[in-house]
Design a protein around this ligand. Structure first.
Ligand code: G3P
Ligand code: CA
Length: 317
């Protein structure tokens, strides 16, 4: 079990759950916690605190960080430190925390419906058991994807990609869509179709560790920008980026910190660098100074706050 897969300790979780419940409680209420589609609140007579609504950032414009701007905040599986990962609730928490982009993981059900789930089984993050590819959409729809995180999230559903796209389209935000694990051409075609059907092609950046999946995506949807995930750097990342037609090269923090010079090489080739998964301010500072374009984090609200402080401090120069 990797650190990313490990459930959080109960005390940490209780504190964060209380915080998130407070955040969500006033405007969203119980409907968000059930995982049902979250409707835009009707206009209150007097809204004392404006809710931050993330900008819609066309993916083609989100690649390279403009001079003086902070790195783009990518909420890893939503606000996964504060709410059950890869659910519409964690997306909402990330959105309200100021993240412009949500990162997810997409895999098909037995009957070919793309769902948002990280592991290849539902065991860790739902009340069910089994490989997602062995479970039908009807079975997946019946699972509870929130109780494992905290009782307050009981009834949260595993979202389909379609539901997540619709939620982002109507409520704001953009999607860093990870094709998780090997996918056939037909499976990638279904994902592309969902993105097109929801009119989200200019608000999605597709990424994957799977080179074949990226090649399928490029062939099927040349309008979608692509990012390659790497745990270790290629000998020549620029050559790899050119070969795959990448908009972004997305390495682990460990890999990037061993060879930060690749950031400049990739920028010279017009390729963005988005680093994962980074939750500590000391690393946010170092990576921002090193020139990364985006940071993928489990703590999006904290990174958004850090970015604001960084901008206000004049550190951008
Ligand atoms: O977006 C980068 C990161 O999500 C890759 O690792 O295992 O969390 O999908 P993982
Ligand atoms: Ca991921």
């Amino acid at each position: 079990m990797t650190p990313q897969q490990r459930p959080r300790r109960p005390r940490q979780r209780r504190r964060r759950t209380a915080l998130v419940a407070a955040l969500l409680g006033a405007a969203v209420g119980a409907v968000a916690l059930t995982g049902a589609p979250v409707r835009p609140p009707t206009a209150p007579a007097a809204a004392p605190t404006p809710v931050p609504v993330p900008a819609i950032v066309p993916a083609a414009e989100a690649r390279l960080r403009p001079a003086g701007a902070p790195p783009t905040v990518y909420a890893h599986r939503g606000a996964s430190s504060a709410a059950p990962e890869n659910t519409l609730v964690s997306d909402e928490v990330a959105r309200r925390g100021g993240a412009e982009w949500i990162e997810n993981d997409v895999q098909p059900s037995k009957d070919g419906v793309p769902y948002v789930l990280h592991d290849d089984t539902v065991d860790r993050t739902t009340d069910g058991k089994g490989r997602i590819r062995d479970l039908t959409a009807a079975r997946l729809d019946a699972l509870d994807a929130g109780s494992w995180f905290a009782p307050a999230y009981a009834g949260t559903r595993l979202p389909t990609l379609a539901a997540q796209l619709e939620d982002l389209r109507t409520r704001g935000g953009n999607l860093l869509l990870e094709i998780k694990g090997p996918h056939s051409r037909d499976e990638v075609a279904r994902i592309v179709q969902e993105v097109r059907d929801h009119g989200m092609t200019d608000r999605v950046l597709v990424q994957s560790f799977e080179v074949d999946a990226l090649r399928h995506a490029r062939e099927l949807a040349p309008e979608l920008p692509l990012g390659l995930l790497r745990g270790d750097l290629d000998a020549d990342p620029v050559a790899t980026a050119r070969d795959l037609g990448l908009a972004a090269y997305n390495p682990s923090d460990d890999a990037l910190s061993a060879r930060p010079g690749v950031i400049g090489d990739l920028h010279a080739a017009g390729v963005a660098v988005n680093v994962w998964t980074v939750d500590r301010p000391a690393r946010w500072k170092a990576l921002t100074a090193a020139g990364v374009d985006g940071i993928i984090t489990n703590r999006p609200a904290e990174l958004a706050g850090w970015n604001a402080a960084w901008s206000a401090s004049g550190a951008a120069g």
